[in-house]
Design a protein around this ligand. Structure first.
Ligand SMILES: [Zn+2]
Length: 145
């Protein structure tokens, strides 16, 4: 483990640093939603945290079976919605990531031209504005030029 995990903050979570590290080790420091490799770079390491699959707000337990390694973007996207299982949560997070990516690709002319060529789909901008609150509160919205 080449990284100093004391730089990772679990302080705002009801998981101790030791518990968090156990979960990250178990999951090989990879986000269990998008697969981000927490060992690949310092930036990735900083992005890693531990997620309650069933959120605390929904009475999810602090039990290894309910905890997974998770990058902060996926954690933010996942939010505190209710999920019946990890698979359901993962499906939702990956779907939202796809939508966000499309919206992001539509924010610069070069990118929308690229994605139009690649996917031959209408620009996703309108759809993205309709579909959720994450975009408006996300740094992605700052990328518009
Ligand atoms: Zn992730």
């Amino acid at each position: 483990m080449p990284l100093d995990l004391t730089t990772l903050s679990f302080l705002d979570r009801p998981v101790t640093k030791r518990e968090g590290i156990e979960i990250l080790k178990r999951d090989h420091y990879r986000c269990q939603y998008c697969g981000l490799d927490g060992l690949a770079s310092f930036e990735n390491a900083l992005a890693m945290s531990v997620d309650f699959v069933i959120p605390r707000a929904r009475k999810g337990k602090k039990d290894p079976s309910n905890l997974v390694a998770c990058c902060r973007p996926c954690n933010m996207i996942k939010g505190t919605r209710s999920y019946r299982s990890f698979d359901e949560a993962k499906e939702y997070v990956l779907k939202r990531r796809k939508e966000l990516r499309r919206a992001w690709e539509g924010t610069t002319p070069q990118r929308s031209a690229q994605s139009a060529k690649a996917e031959a789909e209408p620009t996703p901008k309108v759809q993205a504005e309709k579909s959720g609150s994450v975009i408006s509160s996300s740094p992605l919205s700052l990328r518009q030029r």
